[in-house]
Ligand binder design. Structure first.
Ligand code: AMP
Ligand code: ZN
Length: 124
């Protein structure tokens, strides 16, 4: 997609700090890190979000490739103690870039709750 920032990164049109790349996956450091290690793992092919994965679209293997990359990156980044993977979907999920991406977060012991993904409380 021509107006997609992550497609542009995948095409090398916007610079990024690449940490892993293969034929179908790219991983690069988040520009606004939320943990000591914060890497974004994306399929190079444009998929809008995790809501668009289906057998009909034939894109499930792209997700598997992302997770294979995540396991490799976690090892190379020294995250043997564990890590967290998050994907935001759509408006309510807080997705700001509409190209499927997995946040790989680590380098610190995560809190017990999924803080930050809890619903916004509106007087309830
Ligand atoms: P999300 O809110 O789940 O859509 O996450 C989008 C993430 O992309 C945020 O954590 C941003 O900091 C990150 N981001 C946006 N633009 C860039 C960029 N050019 N290079 C690296 N990370 C980016
Ligand atoms: Zn894209």
């Amino acid at each position: 997609m021509t107006d997609c920032v992550f497609c542009k990164i995948a095409a090398g049109e916007i610079p990024s700090e690449t940490v892993y790349e293969d034929e179908s996956v790219l991983a690069f450091r988040d520009i606004n890190p939320q943990a000591p290690t914060h890497i974004l793992v994306i399929p190079k092919e444009h998929i809008a979000s995790a809501a668009d994965i289906s057998p009909e679209s034939g894109n499930s293997a792209r997700v598997a490739s992302c997770f294979e990359a995540i396991a490799k990156i976690a090892r190379s980044e020294g995250l043997g103690g564990g890590f967290r993977v998050i994907t935001n979907v759509g408006e309510d999920g807080g997705q700001t870039v509409r190209h499927l991406h997995f946040h790989l977060l680590g380098g610190v012991k995560m809190g017990d709750s999924l803080t930050g993904v809890l619903p916004h409380r509106q007087g309830v």
